[in-house]
Design a protein around this ligand. Structure first.
Ligand code: SAM
Ligand code: DTB
Ligand code: SF4
Length: 328
């Protein structure tokens, strides 16, 4: 008798990790139950009235070689954003001084680069970091991918945080970007951590991802060891001319609240930043996000290329909610 030969199973999809399953279970809970649990975790690790404030500046705008499907600065899409060269150090330091005056404790400088290249422009960014440090502010940059020695040089210049987002779940990444990989993002985060810098890593909602892929993103961030000190959660700001901005729009406010809550429970000690998209969220949804554990925001009228609530609007909201802004 011949033994029937079994054909191998069809290539399985990567099974979800245990933590992804656990985090997805959080997303599936009744919203207010989830918010209550997240608020308890938040209170166990943080002063719930305190919200840290950072301010952004785009130091090099547009013309980026990458094709991130949501981004106003990609050279692949015709968007309203005009290209600008790398700013001068004096202009950046003037903006940082104004941000400090406005109550921000951290100044975050963003460049529309695929990666850092050694040379005069990187030297200029190092001078910006030194200058912002001398103003007594915390420093953060987001410059795309970087290698170990560049991370080391940034740390020596006085950099505190490096921002590099995973943006979405691994299984959705190729739908969003084709010019670099998820593993390249993780490799940069490893170089940042290896140089002793603090890690700022988060993502965006509204890229056409499923709820399971949102849970995948939070699980991936929470699995970084140590966990990121800072976790920005952005709601997509739809940009005219981009492939994602046109079609899919932003997610419902309740999904933003769920994601903040899941991030708070999975990363209890991190600062969870309610980042891009606050204008569209409105006061009530922001209030729920703060209750669910968001404890950091970007301040100032502009993010990188899009508007953000002005300082007086935020001050009125904080007053109403009994929150206070902190620099650290
Ligand atoms: N080029 C660098 C990089 O990609 O890491 C730094 C700048 S990039 C603009 C920084 C982050 O901003 C992105 O990773 C993404 O999470 C966020 N972002 C960009 N465009 C956005 C949009 N339209 N809505 C929400 N977040 C956005
Ligand atoms: C982050 O997570 N969000 C910020 C910062 N890190 C660099 C950027 C938001 C950009 C929003 C779209 C824009 O202004 O171009
Ligand atoms: Fe370039 Fe960053 Fe925009 Fe991607 S997100 S296109 S890497 S600036």
């Amino acid at each position: 008798m011949s033994i029937p030969v079994q054909s191998p199973p069809a290539t399985p999809e990567t099974p979800p990790s245990t933590s992804q399953v656990e985090i997805l279970a959080l997303f599936e809970r009744p919203l207010l139950e989830l918010v209550f649990e997240a608020a308890q975790v938040h209170r166990a690790h943080h002063d719930p009235r305190e919200v840290q404030r950072s301010q952004l500046l785009s130091i090099k705008t547009g013309g980026c070689s990458e094709d991130c499907g949501y981004c106003s600065q990609s050279a692949h899409f015709k968007t309203p954003v005009e290209r600008e060269k790398l700013l001068g150090v004096d202009e950046v330091l003037a903006a940082a001084a104004a941000a400090k005056e406005g109550g921000s404790g951290r100044f975050c400088m963003g460049a529309a680069w695929r990666e850092v290249k050694d040379g005069p422009e990187f030297e200029r960014v190092l001078d910006m970091v030194r200058g912002v440090r001398e103003l007594g502010m915390e420093t953060c940059v987001t410059l795309g991918m970087l290698n170990e020695s560049q991370a080391e040089r940034l740390r020596e210049a006085g950099l505190d945080y490096y921002n590099h987002n995973l943006d979405t779940g691994r299984s959705h990444y190729d739908e969003v970007v084709t010019t670099h990989s998820y593993d390249e993002r993780l490799n940069t985060l490893a170089n940042v951590r290896g140089a002793g810098l603090a890690v700022c890593a988060g993502g965006i909602l509204g890229l056409g991802e499923s709820r399971a892929q949102r849970a995948e993103l939070i699980a991936e961030l929470a699995s970084l060891d140590p966990q990121p000190e800072s976790v920005p959660i952005n709601n997509l700001v739809p940009i005219e001319g981009t492939p994602i901005g046109g079609e899919q729009g932003t997610v419902d406010w309740s999904e933003m609240v769920r994601t903040v809550a899941a991030a708070r429970i999975a990363m209890p000690k991190s600062r969870v930043r309610l980042s891009a998209g606050r204008r569209e969220l409105g006061e009530e949804a922001q209030a729920l996000c703060f209750l669910a554990g968001a404890n950091s925001i970007f301040t100032g009228d502009e993010l990188l290329t899009t508007p953000n609530p002005s300082e007086d609007v935020d001050a009125a909201l904080f007053e109403k909610l009994g929150l206070y802004g902190t620099r650290r």
